[in-house]
Design a protein around this ligand. Structure first.
Ligand SMILES: *Cc1c(COP(=O)(O)O)cnc(C)c1O
Length: 494
């Protein structure tokens, strides 16, 4: 079955998977969605004995149907190798009644590595397949973790370059240091005086600037995206939910066919949408808990059917979830509107114009497998401290938001619940250590805290942290929101 992709806003016709990956975003500003949902055909009980790489092939081949077996397997081999500090790639760790699916064992110690390790391979393969000779310029907005993961993935990949925009005062110290020390010759990192939504909106505007596209083409450049709006990010993220199910089987926690619930700490709605796609292809997922921090626009949406971005943007200890415009929700809205691009486009227009939209009752009924939850800053910190006290396991603030929502909403249920653990605590050392003991750790320097976390958790300090201790700062460009176009023009010599 060949799967084609079309825009959630209707124009532009259908493209192949490789073309959708190359383009990133559809020309009308919509997101590419598969024109039909494939079905997973591997018997569930076989999952228990499959490696991560084998699982990845079986899942990704369903969606990326114009890639040959050899091409896809080469991409998977290149991506999921010793860059990860564990052979199993995504360990499922049981603590009390919860299962933490650790998605942070890649190069930059956040779950973005799961997809961004493979995206450069998919992208360069797609370029070859489609006879693209332009240099592909990856344009990315980041709330902190995508940036470094994309830089690490695309650094010095021939035929590509990458520009990353991040909110100057909206990421953790370690996140910023990871990005501005990036040595890749084809990379550029820019701080923006604005928040993540400003960065993301600015990037989308550059994508939709047809004059800019033309001037770029004249010089042999074309844009693509490493954000989770790219289908090439979404598809690899489906894999680890299927893999987690296999691990539950392997650990004897469930029998083949039993349901599994998931709790996902959510920002741009990419990770949880991948879980939803996993459910759509036939993985027995019961409830999808969408966990938000104090920017709880999604919690309100699932409760009321109204998406309202008109509210204060709050900077929290889980900065990768500080988002009020969750891009990937558009793919879900399109789906529950009955794959109706016109209807979806009208909602998105309202969101841009009025700052809100309300879905119909019929559409709300389609959301019955989602439950929204949220954790305040206080609850998040307490969750980190409690989990540590009870089990000795140290979780990062993003994971803690999900862990709190799991206890709060899902505890009473018998279904096995998998918490997507999206970052290593080493990436947010200060917030984590302050949550555990503010008096003891309050006055320490960032890297002192790293050593203290090592003593406390017994978990080896990741290479990603060791390597930035002394690394020189190589990027210091800062711009205003309106200056993003200028930065791109200068960088590309337009
Ligand atoms: C990006 C990110 C999230 C949010 O994921 P979305 O796909 O944007 O919903 C959560 N936690 C961490 C650590 C992240 O880096």
């Amino acid at each position: 079955m060949e799967i084609k992709y079309s825009s959630t806003r209707g124009s532009g016709g259908k493209v192949t998977a490789s073309q959708a990956i190359l383009k990133g975003l559809a020309e009308d500003g919509g997101l590419f969605v598969p024109d039909q949902m494939p079905s997973f055909t591997v018997p569930l009980d076989k999952l228990a004995s499959m490696t991560y790489q084998e699982t990845a092939y079986e899942v990704m081949k369903l969606f990326l149907t114009d890639f040959t077996e050899d091409e896809l397997k080469a991409c998977i081999r290149g991506a999921y190798d010793s860059k990860f500090d564990t052979d199993v790639i995504a360990p499922l760790v049981k603590k009390q009644d919860a299962f933490y699916l650790e998605l942070f064992h890649g190069k930059t110690i956040a779950f973005k590595d799961m997809a961004l390790s493979i995206l450069p391979y998919l992208m360069t393969t797609a370029a070859k397949k489609n006879g693209v000779t332009n240099e592909i310029v990856i344009l990315t907005a980041t709330s902190g973790d995508t940036g470094k993961a994309a830089l690490a993935g695309f650094a010095d990949v021939p035929g590509t370059s990458i520009i990353v925009f991040y909110p100057k005062d909206g990421v953790s110290p370690i996140q910023e240091k990871q990005m501005v020390t990036e040595p890749g010759k084809n990379t550029m990192v820019v701080g923006v005086n604005g928040n993540f939504d400003d960065c993301q909106t600015g990037v989308k505007k550059l994508f939709n600037d047809s004059d800019l596209a033309k001037r770029m083409a004249d010089k042999g450049y074309q844009f693509s995206s490493a954000n989770s709006i790219n289908i090439g990010r979404l598809v690899p993220q489906i894999v680890y939910y299927v893999y987690a199910y296999g691990q539950l089987l392997k650990q004897g926690e469930i029998k083949s066919g039993d349901k599994m619930d998931v709790v996902v700490p959510t920002g741009n709605f990419g990770n949880i949408l991948a879980a939803y796609y996993a459910k759509q292809i036939g993985l027995p997922i019961g409830t999808l808990y969408c966990a938000s921090n104090e920017n709880k626009v999604l919690f309100d949406f699932f409760g009321s059917g109204t998406y309202d971005r008109k509210r204060e943007f709050i900077l929290t200890s889980s900065p990768s979830m500080d988002i009020l415009i969750s891009s990937n929700l558009e793919r879900l809205i399109y789906k529950i509107a009955g794959n109706d691009a016109e209807k979806n486009a009208a909602f998105m227009k309202q969101l841009t114009g009025d700052g809100e939209y309300s879905i119909t009752d019929d559409m709300r009924a389609e959301l019955d497998s989602f439950i929204g939850g949220f954790a305040t800053e206080e609850e998040t910190a307490k969750e980190i401290a409690d989990v540590y006290k009870d089990t000795g396991y140290v979780i990062d603030p993003h994971t803690a938001v999900a862990s709190y929502v799991c206890r709060d909403k899902a505890k009473a249920k018998k279904t096995k619940t998998v918490i997507a653990s999206t970052a290593s605590p080493y990436k947010f050392t200060r917030s984590v250590m302050m949550a555990i003991d503010a008096d003891k750790y309050g006055d320490m320097e960032d890297f002192e805290l790293v050593d203290e976390l090592n003593k406390l958790s017994g978990v080896k300090i990741p290479q990603a942290i060791e390597s930035i201790r002394t690394a020189p700062i190589l990027h210091d460009t800062v711009c205003e929101i309106e200056g993003m176009l200028d930065v791109v023009e200068k960088k590309l010599g337009l």
